[in-house]
Design a protein around this ligand. Sequence first.
Ligand SMILES: [Zn+2]
Length: 136
Amino acid sequence: MAPGITVRSSTIDGQGCFATARFLKGRKIAEYVGERISRREIARRLRGRRRIHICAVDSYWAIDGSRMGNGTQFINHSCEPNCNLRIIRGHILFFALRDIEPGEEIVLDYEYSYHSDRKQCSCGSRKCRGKINKLE
Ligand SMILES: [Zn+2]
């Protein structure tokens, strides 16, 4: 587990990633780690999965956090996120969008994920757009 986070059940979906420390706005929360896989392997692993813990690095590579993950693979989607994701030199990093207090669930707007465009969102926020993926 990455420092400052823990995993427990979430009201959004299954398990979630929760802060155990305070993360100030703009600060790094953790890196998304796991097994680095190629496009062909991504396609193979996506088949038939309901929960997806694969995050794209670029158009070819992705990281599967369900293997060798550090807890960040449980960060749920929310249409009202408190962190964002930046890819810096092949590393996927989460940063706090605002101050995050211990006990808060860490949530990210997935925007363009490997989930189906039809997948409904259950984030419960007032700003919920209804679907997980951002559709233009
Ligand atoms: Zn939502």
